[in-house]
Write a protein that binds this ligand. Structure first.
Ligand SMILES: *[C@@H]1O[C@H](CO)[C@@H](O)[C@H](O)[C@H]1NC(C)=O
Ligand SMILES: *[C@@H]1O[C@H](CO)[C@@H](O)[C@H](O)[C@H]1NC(C)=O
Ligand SMILES: *[C@@H]1O[C@H](CO)[C@@H](O)[C@H](O)[C@H]1NC(C)=O
Ligand SMILES: *[C@@H]1O[C@H](CO)[C@@H](O)[C@H](O)[C@H]1NC(C)=O
Length: 216
């Protein structure tokens, strides 16, 4: 491919991990073949894929390819995995990592052609009433490459309610619109859930076919 400056060459990375311990790894509903059979992918990986799809405006990638660092429990349920996702038209790659056997992470990093955005706590914020992300744009090395001309800008977003409050508010408003205003159910959330699940299934399929790309 010859770079023409006409397309967006981006990269996204997301990670969701925690280490709840041995008892969880054998007995929790999230690691039971007849309950959440997708394990860490179905639980922690859901957030990574959701964040990546948010950054890509809910468009399906062209291909999904799992990466080789897979760990399973004795029942064969995934405890750790990674994958790369590729959007051909946007020339964008995303990778994610999800795990039940690694230290807590909740990262989303978006590397664009003209700026970067880092979030460290996008699932459960460090604090309930505000969250922040780091944004950098227009950065260059200063003379002699001994530093940068700009530092990341910390963007703080405050909230009146904990995020669960906003979720319930949103759900109540959707129900109210149907009951009171006789609106059609809105399509954004079902679409988002469906394509997230399609991507989880594609990662699982790629793992089971020896890390072959799955075309979406
Ligand atoms: C994961 O993929 C395998 C092989 O394609 C399939 O048999 C299994 O049912 C899938 N697991 C889930 C939970 O969908
Ligand atoms: C995101 O997707 C929606 C729905 O397909 C579309 O209307 C909107 O223009 C898109 N936004 C961007 C920034 O591409
Ligand atoms: C790139 O970032 C710089 C600095 O923030 C800004 O002035 C410029 O408008 C941006 N260019 C584009 C194409 O967004
Ligand atoms: C975010 O940016 C600020 C200001 O440049 C910096 O002090 C801080 O270390 C950054 N946060 C992280 C987690 O890198």
């Amino acid at each position: 491919l010859i770079y023409t400056n006409a397309v967006f060459f981006g990269k996204i990375h997301s990670s969701s991990s925690y280490a709840p311990g041995q008892e969880f790894l054998e007995n929790n509903i999230r690691v039971k073949p007849d309950l959440d059979a997708l394990g860490a992918l179905g639980d922690a990986g859901w957030y990574c894929i959701g964040a990546i799809l948010w950054a890509m405006n809910q468009t399906l990638p062209t291909t999904v390819t799992a990466l080789p660092n897979v760990a399973r429990n004795s029942a064969g349920v995934i405890l750790t995995c990674s994958a790369s996702l590729y959007w051909e038209k946007e020339e964008t790659v995303a990778t994610f990592y999800c795990s039940f056997i690694a230290h807590e992470t909740m990262d989303l990093r978006v590397y664009g052609s003209n700026g970067t955005c880092y979030l460290y706590d996008f699932i459960i914020p460090f604090g309930e009433d505000s969250a922040s992300f780091n944004f950098t744009s227009g950065a260059k090395f200063v003379d002699l490459h001994i530093g940068w001309n700009v530092k990341p800008q910390v963007v703080e977003v405050t909230s009146q309610l904990p995020q669960e409050g906003y979720m319930i508010q949103e759900f109540a408003n959707l129900v109210k619109a149907i009951k009171v205003s006789r609106s059609k159910p809105e399509s954004k959330w079902p679409h988002t859930s469906r394509i997230t699940q399609l991507m989880l299934d594609a990662v699982n399929k790629s793992i089971d076919t020896g890390f072959q790309p799955v075309h979406m």
